[in-house]
Design a protein around this ligand. Structure first.
Ligand code: NAD
Ligand code: MN
Length: 475
C-alpha cells in the first residue's frame, strides 16, 4: 500500500493472493488493508490537501505531464501486468494503457482551464466573482474490468482540480494499481496527494471513506448495487458523488444500414473485454428484413473468435473474471434457451486445451430473445449476444428505452433524419451512431437513470471535483 508517500504493509503483515484468470496461477500477493490503513491514508490526503490545492495549476499540470510520459515509457510492462492479472488480450491491454495515459495528458492541459466568472451585479456598488475550488480529499473505488484506465480517469481530474485522493482498487486487480502508484511516486507527486489502500474485503475500507468527514467526495465505478449503497450512505454527510455503474446497452440496426458492416461493428463491441464492459451491447435489435444477413455475418465472426490466454497472439477473447461470472452467464443462457431462444453458437463453458484451469466461456449468440428472459433485463457482463427482430422504428426505440439502465447505446442507419431522431430519442448518456467506440479522454462518459451520476472525461470530468464559490464584494 502507498500511504503518505511510503510503501507499507498491512497490520500484522496480512496479505492476499492475486490469480491469473486464464490459468488459475497465483501471480502475486498484496497487503490486505483495513480500517487502520484507510484512516492513515485519509489523514495523509487531508494533510496534503492544504498545500496541493494551493499550488498553481501550472505546477499541478507539470506533475500530470510527468506521470503521462512515464506511463507511455512503461506501456508494455503495464499492459503485461494487466493481461496476467485481468486476462484481456495483450493488444487490448496496450490499448487500455494508452487510453489511461490519455486522461493524464488531457487533465494536465485541462488543469490550466479551470475558469471562473464575473457576473454583473444588481447594485452599483456590488461585484460578483465566481471561483472554482477543489472539493477536498476524495475517496475513489475502482473496478477490475479496466484496472488501469479507471484509475487515471479518476486520479487525473482530481489532481488537476487540486484534490488529493485515497484509492481502493478492486480485489481482483490490485497489481495494476500498485504499478500505477509506483509510477505516481516516480513522477514526483508529493507525499499524501495520492494514496493506495489494497484490501480483500472492500467493506471496512469503504466504511472509512463513506463515514470519515475529511473525505468530501466519492467517485466509484462498479455495480449498480454497490453504487446505490454508496449514494445512500454519502447522503448522510452530503458528500459529493460520481457513479459509473452498470449498463444494458441496446444496439439498433435499421434496414437502411449495411447489415454486414453493422454485424462487424456489433461483434467487435459486444465481445470487447469478453463482454465485461459497462458499455457492452446487451440487446441487439435488428430490423426484420436484414435479420438474415446480419445474423449470418455476426455468427460467423463470433464462431471464429479464439478464446485463450491473452499473452498468446492468436487470442481474441480472454477469460471471465471469476467462477461467479461464469455461473451468471451460463444461467442467463440456460434461462433464455429454456424460454425459447435459439442458440446459434457457443452456450457452454470452455474446458478443452487447458482452458479448464481458467474461467472461460464460449462466445455465444442467441436469437429470438424475448422480454420474459433474464438476459433481456439483467446486465450480462459476459460474452453473450442476444438478438431481437423488430419491424418499426418506434417499436425499436421503445424496446431500447425499456430498461432501468441508461449508459451506452448504438445505432446503425444511413438515414440522417433517422439518426437524429434516434440520437434524441434514446435515453442514454452515450449514443454511438455508426460508431462502436464513442469514448475518449476528451469526451464526457457517463450514464443516466440507474447507470449513475456525473461524467468522467472531458471538461465535465474536472467539474466533478470542483466546488463553485461566489464572492459578493461591496466596493
Ligand atoms: P462491485 O461493484 O462489487 O465492485 C466494484 C468495486 O467496488 C470494487 O473495487 C469492489 O471492491 C468495491 N466494493 C464492493 N463492495 C463494496 C463495499 N461494500 N464498500 C466499498 N467498496 C465496495 O462489482 P463486482 O462484484 O466486481 O461485479 C459485479 C457486477 O458489477 C458485474 O457483473 C457488473 O455487472 C458490474 N460491474 C460494472 C463495472 C463497470 O464498469 N461499470 C465494473 C465492474 C463490475
Ligand atoms: Mn461485488
Amino acid at each position: 500500500m502507498y500511504i503518505d508517500g511510503e510503501w507499507r504493509q498491512a497490520a500484522g503483515a496480512k496479505t492476499f493472493e492475486v490469480t491469473n484468470p486464464a490459468t488459475g496461477e497465483v501471480i502475486g500477493t498484496v497487503p490486505d488493508g483495513g480500517r487502520d490503513e484507510a484512516l492513515a491514508a485519509v489523514a495523509a490526503a487531508d494533510k496534503a490537501f492544504a498545500s496541493w490545492s494551493r499550488l498553481t495549476a501550472y505546477q499541478r499540470s507539470e506533475q500530470l505531464y510527468k506521470a503521462w510520459s512515464l506511463m507511455i515509457e512503461r506501456k508494455e510492462q503495464l499492459a503485461r501486468t494487466m493481461t496476467a492479472e485481468q486476462g484481456k488480450p495483450l493488444r487490448a491491454a496496450r490499448n487500455e494503457v494508452q487510453y489511461g495515459a490519455d486522461f493524464l495528458l488531457w487533465y494536465a492541459e485541462e488543469a490550466k482551464r479551470v475558469y471562473g466568472e464575473t457576473i454583473p451585479a444588481p447594485r452599483g456598488d456590488q461585484r460578483f466573482i465566481v471561483a472554482k475550488q477543489a472539493v477536498g480529499p476524495v475517496g475513489a473505488i475502482t473496478p477490475w474490468n479496466y484496472p488501469i484506465s479507471m484509475i487515471t480517469r479518476k486520479v487525473a481530474p482530481a489532481l488537476a482540480a487540486g484534490c488529493t485522493i485515497v484509492l481502493k482498487p478492486a480485489e481482483a486487480t490490485p497489481l495494476c494499481a500498485v504499478e500505477m502508484f509506483k509510477l505516481f511516486h516516480d513522477a514526483g507527486i508529493p507525499k499524501g496527494v495520492v494514496n493506495l489502500v489494497t484490501a480483500l474485503d472492500p467493506a471496512p475500507v469503504g466504511e472509512v471513506l463513506l463515514t470519515d468527514r475529511r473525505i468530501r467526495k466519492l467517485t466509484f465505478t462498479g455495480s449498480t448495487e454497490v453504487g446505490k449503497m454508496i449514494a445512500a450512505r454519502a447522503a448522510q454527510q452530503m458528500k459529493r458523488v460520481s457513479l459509473e455503474l452498470g449498463g444494458h446497452a441496446p444496439f439498433l440496426v435499421f434496414d437502411d444500414a449495411d447489415p454486414i458492416h453493422a454485424a462487424k461493428g456489433a461483434a467487435l463491441v459486444k465481445f470487447l473485454n469478453t463482454g465485461q464492459a459497462c458499455i457492452s451491447p446487451n440487446r441487439i435489435f435488428v430490423q426484420r428484413s436484414v435479420v438474415e444477413p446480419f445474423v449470418k455475418e455476426f455468427t460467423s465472426r463470433v464462431a471464429a473468435m479464439k478464446a485463450g490466454n491473452g499473452m498468446e497472439d492468436a487470442t481474441s477473447i480472454g477469460p471471465l473474471v471469476d467462477e461467479g461470472a461464469v455461473a451468471k452467464v451460463d444461467a442467463q443462457v440456460k434461462d433464455a434457451v429454456a424460454k425459447g431462444a435459439k442458440l446459434l453458437c457457443g452456450g457452454n463453458r470452455l474446458i478443452s486445451n487447458g482452458l479448464d484451469r481458467g474461467t472461460f466461456y464460449a462466445p455465444t449468440v442467441l436469437a429470438d430473445v424475448r422480454p420474459d428472459m433474464l438476459i433481456y433485463r439483467e446486465e450480462t457482463f459476459g460474452p453473450v449476444a442476444p438478438i431481437i427482430a423488430f419491424d418499426k422504428e418506434d417499436e425499436a426505440l421503445a424496446m431500447a428505452n425499456d430498461t432501468d439502465y441508461g449508459l451506452a447505446s448504438y445505432v446503425y442507419t444511413r438515414d440522417i433524419a433517422r439518426a437524429f431522431r434516434i440520437f434524441e430519442g434514446l435515453r442514454f448518456g452515450i449514443v454511438g451512431i455508426n460508431d462502436i467506440n464513442p469514448t475518449a479522454a476528451a469526451a464526457p462518459f457517463g450514464g443516466s437513470k440507474e447507470s449513475g451520476l456525473g461524467r468522467e472525461g472531458g471538461h465535465d470530468g474536472i467539474a466533478e471535483y470542483l466546488e463553485t464559490k461566489l464572492g459578493g464584494f461591496s466596493i
